[in-house]
Design a protein around this ligand. Structure first.
Ligand code: CAA
Length: 380
């Protein structure tokens, strides 16, 4: 196994790092305070090719590999976890789903605009009664006169408000469980599709999340992706890639927590010496650094397997469960190291702790990742 990044991957890492410092950092605390979507910043990220990183160049993307993608995503997340999830959903869930499962016509119609930032993508699987048990959805798509007529409610849709297109999973055949689920690509301006209120969240407050309501919404039949009944496997196969993205988001948060902790521990004096000289602080820093390295290796392994077109569900789940736990622990310890200052919003480290929490929940909770890992072990 090669542990070195290529010249191109190093360049992407530097580009993402510089961009994040110059364009994301200046407003990040304010966007978190005011729940402001980073519209201008996402447009700049699209100009850099970050919104369609793995989309082939013929469809307007940057044509890069998954290792480059996770490397860039870590850099974005280290500064702004909200921008990172917007990027992750657009890349991992929307462009990858279309690329892997849509027809050539659908790719030609949708991919260029999503990759170049003209239209943001969203992915809509969950419903009020179906979160972890994603197959238990109720939104129904009835085929009628050249359309599918959608009725139902979807929730927790990341990019739900700002997106121009949304991948929607809906039931086309009842009473056959997840085998009756199909995937659609839906333009957001269709009649019968309306938005719920913008959710008020603990973290990633710069990204928007909302419910989607379908009331007799007529979706053209050519918006079905794959065949009727393929939807659940399409969604889960796509979420495997999504989980590597969220793991990278968590890694960026954890790394930021470590870097801020190291800098503060060297500068903050108590009992006449920098707190970095105390063993209790050193132990926290050492644990952060070790877990961050381990998380990055798990992510790179999963991304490498994806690039090699080998199975990677288990490795993606391992990367996500470990990186998200690392983000939660590192950010909590960072606040602890900052003490009273860490609890104050103006220091910007409590945001890391709030942003980290969702990485243990969305795109499959940690408990679901463990289930995926355990099922895979028991099957081997
Ligand atoms: N890829 C492709 N197919 C898969 C798969 C995968 N990774 N995992 C399972 N399948 C297939 C199975 O082989 C099975 O097919 P057959 O019946 O032909 O054998 C079929 O899918 C059903 O699989 P299961 O019986 O394992 O399904 P299940 O109902 O037990 O559920 C689960 C499995 C892992 C719990 C799944 O429901 C799951 O991942 N739940 C979590 C949902 C989730 O991640 N939601 C995230 C919402 S999106 C989001 O958060 C985005 C955002 O906003 C940021």
């Amino acid at each position: 196994m090669n542990f070195n990044y290529t010249e191109e991957q190093l360049l992407i890492q530097k580009t993402a790092r510089d961009f994040a410092k110059d364009h994301l950092e200046p407003g990040v605390i304010d966007r978190d305070d005011t729940c402001t979507f980073p519209e201008k910043e996402i447009a700049l990220m699209a100009d850099l090719g970050f919104m369609g990183m793995m989309v082939p160049e013929e469809y307007g993307g940057a044509g890069m590999d998954a290792v480059s993608y996770v490397t860039a995503l870590e850099e974005i997340a280290a500064v702004d976890a909200s921008a990172a999830v917007i990027m992750s959903v657009n890349n991992s869930l929307v462009t990858q789903l279309i690329q892997n499962f849509a027809s050539d016509d659908q790719k030609a119609q949708f991919l260029p605009d999503i990759a170049n930032g003209k239209k943001l993508g969203a992915f809509s699987l969950s419903e009020p009664q179906s979160g972890s048990d994603a197959g238990n959805m109720r939104t129904f798509a009835e085929r009628k006169n050249g359309h599918y007529v959608l009725n139902g409610t979807k929730n927790w849709v990341t990019n739900g408000i700002s997106s121009g297109v949304v991948i929607v999973l809906a039931v086309t055949e009842k009473n056959v469980g997840s085998k009756g689920i199909s995937a659609f690509i839906v333009e957001k301006d269709l009649e019968g599709l309306s938005l719920g209120k913008k959710e008020d969240k603990l973290g990633i407050r710069g990204s928007d999340t909302c419910e989607l309501y379908f009331e007799n919404c007529q979706v053209p039949v050519n918006c079905l992706i794959g065949n009727e009944g393929d939807g659940f496997k399409i969604a889960l196969g796509t979420l495997d890639g999504g989980r590597i993205g969220i793991a990278s988001q968590a890694l960026g948060i954890a790394r930021s927590a470590m870097e801020k902790s190291v800098a503060y521990a060297k500068e903050r004096k108590q009992f006449k010496k920098p707190i970095a000289e105390f063993g209790a602080i050193q132990s926290k820093l050492a644990t952060m650094a070790t877990n961050i390295n381990a998380a990055r290796l798990l992510i790179l392994q999963a991304a490498h397997l994806k690039d090699e077109h080998k199975p990677y569900s288990k490795e993606a789940a391992m990367a996500k469960v470990f990186a998200s736990r690392t983000a939660m622990e590192a950010s909590t310890d960072c606040v602890q190291i900052f003490g009273g200052y860490g609890y104050m919003r103006e220091y910007g480290v409590e945001r890391l702790m709030r942003d980290a929490k969702i990485t243990q929940i969305y795109e499959g909770t940690s408990e679901i990742q463990e289930l995926v890992i355990a099922r895979s072990l028991l099957k081997e």
